[in-house]
Design a protein around this ligand. Structure first.
Ligand code: AMP
Length: 280
């Protein structure tokens, strides 16, 4: 496994043999099994796999969240080596954002709601860094987790709009045995918060079960999720949503397919989760 820091090194390795297909898995490090499912799928579908590890400062709207973001780089590299990854790119901040940097990618409607509404500037940071990763790596395929459903929607929109020449693959959310979606932020939960954090998936599942039992009203599904979260004293709702899976606009009346999603504070830690209903 090669571990490199510069754009020039990535390009040189990527184009060493132009006949090979490359999968890219963009990450912010602090890797867990969820990241590894993306890596494994990429390894199955491509000749070579590259992983980027970069805690992208411009996508954080809270300074404490950026500062407290875990950075266990040696452990991450061991996990990727064991998994069989070929190339890891760990750029310094100055490689991504030199002092003269002044170009940003702004995806419009689909970034205005949900995470975009709660975290101003977040998706501008995501779209900008992912564009740069795509331009540097020029992967055949890029892998993202459905855990960040809006991120997938935003990147798909950006790839369509700007004609990036690659395929976006979305991978299912990997969960702990009690249902909590794996996340690099989970290590920041204290034991009581960690126990309480299972409420997100319970709330999503309660609404999904109702939908499967015939309940179609968007308001009812939102209320079910809200009540489940409110029953947990340590949880504070940022948003609960029943939205169109592509446009992410909030739905009213009967729904045949929807993205059920939520953001919930457990103490200082903000957790997100989602499930899709009505889409095979
Ligand atoms: P991050 O390092 O948090 O930016 O995540 C890197 C990639 O891994 C993103 O595409 C995430 O959606 C994905 N990811 C994070 N957690 C999970 C999970 N529990 N299951 C599947 N994919 C995940």
């Amino acid at each position: 496994m090669r571990v490199v820091k510069t754009i020039a090194e990535v390009r040189q390795i990527r184009w060493d043999d132009p006949a090979l297909t490359w999968g890219l898995v963009p990450t912010m490090g602090a890797l867990h099994e969820g990241h590894l499912t993306l890596v494994r799928q990429a390894l199955m579908e491509n000749d070579r796999v590259g992983v980027s590890i970069f805690v992208n400062p411009i996508q954080f709207n809270r300074r404490d969240d950026l500062e407290k973001y875990p950075r266990p780089i040696e452990r991450d590299l061991d996990m990727l080596r064991t998994a069989g990854v070929h190339l890891v790119w760990t750029p310094d901040e100055t490689e991504m954002y030199p002092a003269s940097f002044q170009t940003y990618v702004a995806v419009e409607n689909v970034t205005q709601v949900l995470e975009g509404a709660s975290r101003p500037g977040h998706f501008k940071g995501v779209a900008t860094v992912v564009s740069k990763l795509f331009n540097v790596f020029q992967p055949t395929r890029a892998y993202f987790g459905q855990k960040d459903a809006q991120q997938v929607a935003v990147i798909r929109q950006m790839v369509r709009d700007l004609a990036f020449n690659l395929e976006i693959i979305a991978c299912p959310t990997l969960r702990e045995s009690d249902g909590l979606a794996m996340s690099s932020r989970n290590v920041r939960l204290n034991p009581a918060e960690r126990t309480a954090a299972t409420v997100l998936y319970r709330a999503l599942t309660a609404a999904k079960n109702e939908w499967e039992a015939g309940q179609r009203e968007a308001d009812h599904l939102r209320a079910t999720m809200q009540q489940a979260i409110e029953a947990e004293p340590l949880a504070k709702i940022d948003y609960v949503s029943v939205a169109d899976p592509i446009s992410l606009q909030e739905l009213n009346g009967p729904v045949e397919k929807a993205l059920l999603s939520m953001a919930v504070f457990m103490g200082e830690v903000r957790l997100i989760d989602n499930v899709i209903i009505g889409v095979a």
